[in-house]
Every structure is written in structure tokens, then in C-alpha cells.
Design a protein around this ligand. Structure first.
Ligand code: CMC
Length: 392
């Protein structure tokens, strides 16, 4: 009852006041806590950005060291979680595994379920989650190969440790290429937050019922899985491969994307908020060129992607609708160059987005926001008489 404003898809409804991420979609500006994404991607590390998002300021050298130190002491995941993990059939989608495993962390951490946790207790869960997420993501990759998992090497920094658990062999002397680590840092930074998107709103709304941190993040992971959201990075590379196999006729695929009778959309194009270049896509496009050159890789799909971008951006359909490449358009090409299979891409997006989700969850708690509960306009039947099943 009462007056309800209808805004399907929340296109114009602000759900919260937030001091974490600023986004101007008309101009194409993205800032975390006031720092431009360009400066952060160029100069910072993923863990430093995680600190910035969660605690509000860039850390001092001591604060950063303490943060890394604490995280590195929680990277082990309970061995009984392995039993649960081993039960997934081989070939199960990494995102299904990730959301379940993160949800299961709540069951393995009963202390996290207590209502009214102190600030220190909440902080410990945050540290544990960041630490265990990288271990779990590497487990999922190892399983896809049928390989045994690699235990963390805690003297390594977060991203190097993650790459070691993922790609290292079971010897202590495996070196992870710093070029690869730097590319990974950049990608994770670019994904670290994006204000009230679908998965972040999910995290906040689930958390608003006082559900625990792990349950809230697990719900966010499920929301991210969809191809209209984080799943787009996998869909882009699959699309580029299909175009390549089809002979590389970019115009044909652009025409398909414009055809309203064809459900095909140009994956990695368009955005709810950006009506200009996604600043992240610009940085990733350049990083793509750099990394492929440094690693000496010649990837035909990158050429197809660039041609696709050029054709689309000079086509009135895309121009009128202000459809530009988004963060997912080039990221998958870098993930491929680093050695990740396509099915892992959205999991890597989740690894990057984790600090943003945590910061948003924490802010929602600090603001003491009420339970999220949208209203509706009822359009169904009004009065019907129950009829016995025999008479229907
Ligand atoms: N290819 C072809 N046409 C498109 C595309 C596209 N990728 N994106 C939007 N359009 C058209 C759409 O058909 C509509 O046309 P019309 O006005 O004639 O009906 C118009 O542009 C507006 O699109 P919309 O679907 O109303 O816009 P939205 O804000 O609801 O959706 C979007 C945004 C990102 C879901 C959409 O652009 C899309 O489906 N893109 C492809 C998937 C993708 O790349 N997703 C990643 C998003 S960025 C990172 C993330 O969130 O994870």
C-alpha cells in the first residue's frame, strides 16, 4: 500500500550514500576513494588498493606490511574443506565451485556467525576471507587440470603467491615472472570496485539482513556469474574465437549484433552507466599490447577485437546508443596470455572484486542501513475462488 515508484532494473534509484567509488559514466571517470583508476593501475599494488577500499586511505609502509603479514598468516584453508571441494565433479564450472566454497567458509568458521561481532572480530574475518579466496581460486584451477593443489608460500606477496599456487610446480624454486605478476596486479586493481553494480548491490542487500560476511560475498559471486555482468569476460573470448573460426568477418558479426531479431549481442560492449569509453577498457587495451609484446605472444583474437572495436565505434547503431567497449572486452585476452582457461575468467574477476564487495558490506554495516526490501506494483489476478482439483 502507499505510493510506489516503479524503476525496473533500478536505472535511476539510488540505494545508498557511499564514499568508496566515484563514477562519472558520461565522461568516463572512475576513482576509488578519490584516487583516479589510471594512477592506481600505474603505481599501486592490488593489496594496497584493497587496503584503500576497505579502510578508506592509502596505507603507510608499516600499515601495508602489517596487512600483508596478517593476510599471509591465514592463507591455509581447512583440510576438511578439501573433502567438500573434492566432491565436485571434474569439469564443474569454476564459478559454481567458488560461490559454494566461499559460502562453506561460514560453516567452517562458526565464530563468524555470532551476532554483534566486535570491530576486531569483523576485521579478522575480512583478513581470512581475502587470504583464503586466493588459495581457493588456485585450487579450482588445479582441479580443472586434475593436478594436486599447491600449498601457499607465505613469504611471497599476495599476487605472487596466488600465481605460484596457480602455476607453480611443486618445487620450492619455481620463479613467477614479475611481468606476469605486474599484469595480474593491474587487472585485479581495475576490477576491485565499481560502486552499486549487480553483484555489489547483492552483497549489500544480503548483508542488510545481518547474514554473515561469507554468505553475503557468496551471493555476490553468484550475481557476478551472469553473462550480462562478470560472465561477459568469458563470453567475449568465446565470441572472438568463434569469429576467428568463422573466417574473421567482423562486419558480419557487427551486423548480427545490430539485428533485433537476433539475440546475439556484442559481448564486452555497452554499459549501464558508461555512455563513453569505460576508462578501465582503455587501460586494459594498452596493457594487452604491452603484455603480449613482453611475453612474445601473437594472439589473433586481439587483432579481431581491435577491428571489432573500430567497426562498431564508427557504426551509427553503436554511436547513437553510446555503446563502447567495457572492462570485459580486452581482459580475457590478457588472462589467456597469462595461461588461464576461459572458464576461470569470471573467477579472476571475483578475486579482484572481493575488496570492493568487502568495503561496501562494511560501509553498509557502518551506516546501519535498514534491511533492503524493494516494493512492487502488483499486476496479478485480484479475486479468485478456490476450485477443487477435480473441477479444473
Ligand atoms: N550489442 C548490441 N546491442 C546492444 C549491446 C550490445 N552489447 N548493449 C546494448 N545494446 C543495445 C540494446 O539492444 C538496446 O537497444 P534498443 O534501444 O534498440 O532496444 C540499447 O543498446 C540499450 O541497451 P540496454 O540493454 O537497454 O542497456 P542496459 O543498461 O540495460 O544493459 C548491458 C547494459 C551491459 C547489460 C548491455 O550493454 C549488454 O548486454 N552488454 C553485453 C554484455 C556485457 O558486455 N556485459 C558486461 C558489462 S561491464 C562489466 C560488468 O558489469 O561485469
Amino acid at each position: 500500500s502507499g505510493y510506489v515508484t516503479l524503476d525496473i532494473g533500478y536505472k535511476n534509484t539510488g540505494a545508498t550514500k557511499s564514499a568508496i567509488t566515484f563514477l562519472d559514466g558520461e565522461v568516463g571517470i572512475l576513482k576509488y576513494r578519490g584516487y583516479s583508476i589510471e594512477q592506481l593501475a600505474e603505481n599501486s599494488s592490488f593489496i594496497e588498493v584493497a587496503y584503500l577500499l576497505i579502510y578508506g586511505n592509502l596505507p603507510t609502509a608499516e600499515q601495508l606490511q602489517a596487512f600483508e603479514f596478517e593476510i599471509s598468516h591465514h592463507t591455509l584453508v581447512h583440510e576438511d574443506m578439501k573433502k567438500f571441494f573434492d566432491g565436485f565433479p571434474s569439469g564443474s564450472h569454476p564459478m559454481g565451485q567458488l560461490s559454494s566454497l566461499i559460502g562453506a567458509l561460514a560453516a567452517f568458521n562458526p565464530a563468524s556467525l555470532k551476532q554483534g561481532l566486535s570491530a576486531e572480530e569483523v576485521n579478522l574475518e575480512i583478513i581470512k576471507l581475502i587470504a583464503k579466496m586466493s588459495t581457493i581460486v588456485s585450487w579450482i584451477y588445479k582441479k580443472s587440470l586434475g593436478h594436486p593443489v599447491i600449498y601457499p608460500r607465505n613469504k611471497l606477496d599476495y599476487v605472487t603467491n596466488f600465481m605460484y599456487m596457480t602455476f607453480g610446480q611443486r618445487t620450492e624454486d619455481t620463479e613467477i615472472d614479475p611481468v606476469v605478476v605486474s599484469a595480474m596486479n593491474k587487472l585485479l586493481i581495475l576490477h576491485a570496485d565499481h560502486e552499486q553494480n549487480c553483484s555489489t548491490s547483492t552483497v549489500r542487500i544480503v548483508g542488510s539482513s545481518d547474514a554473515n560476511l561469507y554468505a553475503s560475498i557468496s551471493a555476490g559471486i553468484s550475481a557476478l556469474w551472469g553473462p550480462l555482468h562478470g560472465g561477459a569476460n568469458q563470453a567475449v573470448v568465446e565470441m572472438l574465437q568463434k569469429i576467428k573460426q568463422d573466417g574473421g568477418d567482423v562486419d558480419k558479426w557487427v551486423a548480427k549484433a545490430k539485428d533485433k531479431n537476433d539475440p546475439f549481442r556484442l559481448m564486452g560492449f555497452g554499459h549501464r552507466v558508461y555512455k563513453n569509453f569505460d576508462p578501465r577498457a582503455k587501460i586494459i587495451k594498452k596493457a594487452c599490447d604491452d603484455i603480449l609484446e613482453k611475453l612474445g605472444i601473437n594472439d589473433e583474437t586481439l587483432e579481431i577485437a581491435k577491428k571489432l572495436e573500430e567497426v562498431a565505434l564508427s557504426d551509427p547503431y553503436f554511436v547513437e546508443r553510446k555503446l563502447y567497449p567495457n572492462v570485459d572486452f580486452y581482459s580475457g585476452i590478457i588472462y589467456t596470455a597469462l595461461g588461464f582457461p576461459t572458464e576461470m575468467f569470471t573467477v579472476l574477476f571475483a578475486l579482484g572484486r572481493l575488496p570492493g564487495w568487502i568495503a561496501q558490506w562494511k560501509e553498509m554495516k557502518a551506516n546501519k542501513e535498514p534491511i533492503g526490501r524493494p516494493r512492487q506494483v502488483y499486476v496479478g489476478e485480484t479475486n479468485r475462488e478456490y476450485t477443487d482439483i477435480k473441477n479444473r
